[in-house]
Design a binder for this molecule. Structure first.
Ligand code: AHG
Ligand code: MN
Ligand code: MN
Length: 337
């Protein structure tokens, strides 16, 4: 029987039955995340009407000007996740310190990291934004988690997912058994499985990179993009198309559906310290999803999933998507550096 049409919670309950000893806590956590994302979808959708557009008067830990919705969506995530007893602590792109569970509330066996609103520069121009999350296990015996407890490589993720608030609201999820896509049915208020077993097409001819950074890239990336631009006139077997949405959620969703490569490589801009995208909120969860969909993800020098973080807000270069294209960029890093 086809799985299409199942609610996300039914899907997860059935998936968890394959894990002997599973307590149901993970299913509870996913229910909370789905609720938070439904609320965020609603707020994003109504932001213009209820006065939530525009910038706040604050900066986040990376020195980026926060949008009002960056702050509000962070609060929605925290408020939905901190009281049900499934988490031991949280870390958010928008908050400098890790977020503890308030005193008096039960603690659980998981840690979560999240980017509550990815692509928030796109809010005011009505382009897709999203939420990205990554679930880790809290080390056994730890009741007061510290930053050190979060310093686990992406290979330790129990689950990674993201929502795109676009023409439809979708949640893309992996627990290490492939990638599944769910669409929010607003009439019934449930995420419904619409895109089972998503795999990244192998044959692709689309690249995504912010070309305005070109002069700051390293030679291997210069070479790869130069060849894409020249297409069949420059030694490649095909011509390429280019996209840059500036919302990673939308770019990764496109890569999952029609293939291609997405890059935010190392550059020499003073504002980016070793890369722009954040390992624990963006790079690591997206790498888990892309690998589970048959793609590849690298900094150019190493597999992102194997990086042991040195801080919750660490940034890394990101090159992900269709395997053959990512392999080519990695090869250029090994041979042109
Ligand atoms: P965020 O809105 O969470 O800060 O993330 C934005 C990220 C990512 O989604 C996107 O790919 C990239 O920043 C866009 O960066 P540029 O504006 O430098 O192109
Ligand atoms: Mn982001
Ligand atoms: Mn963000």
């Amino acid at each position: 029987m086809s799985d299409i049409g199942k609610s996300i919670i039914q899907f997860i309950v059935e998936e968890q039955r394959n894990h002997p000893g599973s307590t149901g806590s993970f299913t509870g956590l996913m229910t909370d995340i789905a609720s938070a994302c439904k609320k965020i979808s609603h707020l994003v959708n109504r932001s213009g009407i209820i006065g939530l557009g525009g910038a706040a008067e604050s900066e986040n830990v990376q020195g980026e000007v926060q949008k009002k919705l960056d702050i509000i969506t962070n609060d929605v995530m925290v408020d939905h996740l901190n009281w049900t007893g499934h988490l031991a602590a949280m870390a958010s792109e928008e908050i400098e310190e890790i977020i503890q569970i308030p005193d008096g509330l039960p603690k659980g066996e998981y840690l979560i990291t999240f980017d509550p609103l990815d692509g928030s520069s796109n809010i005011d121009v009505n382009i897709s934004v999203g939420t990205i999350f990554s679930i880790l296990r809290c080390p056994p015996g730890v009741t007061e988690p510290t930053v050190e407890d979060f310093m686990q490589p992406g290979t330790e993720q129990v689950c990674a997912g993201f929502c795109v608030y676009g023409p439809t609201t979708m949640m893309i999820l992996t627990t290490g058994q492939g990638v599944n896509g769910f669409t929010l049915d607003r009439d019934v208020g449930e995420f419904i499985l619409t895109h089972p077993k998503m795999t990244i097409p192998e044959e692709t001819a689309e690249f995504a990179i912010n070309m305005s950074n070109q002069r700051f890239w390293e030679p291997p990336v210069q070479r790869y993009i130069d060849e894409c631009m020249k297409g069949v006139d420059g030694g490649r077997e095909k011509n390429f198309n280019m996209r840059w949405v500036a919302s990673m959620v939308a770019e990764v969703y496109r890569v999952l559906t029609r293939g291609g490569i997405f890059m935010y490589p190392l550059d020499t801009k003073p504002s980016t310290d070793g890369g722009k995208l954040r390992l624990m909120y963006e790079a690591s969860p997206m790498s888990f999803i892309v690998e589970q969909a048959g793609g590849m993800s690298s900094t150019g020098r190493e597999r992102i999933m194997e990086i042991k973080p040195d801080g919750v807000h660490q940034r890394v270069p990101v090159i992900l998507g269709s395997k053959k294209e990512v392999e080519r960029v990695v090869f250029y890093h090994q041979n042109d550096a």
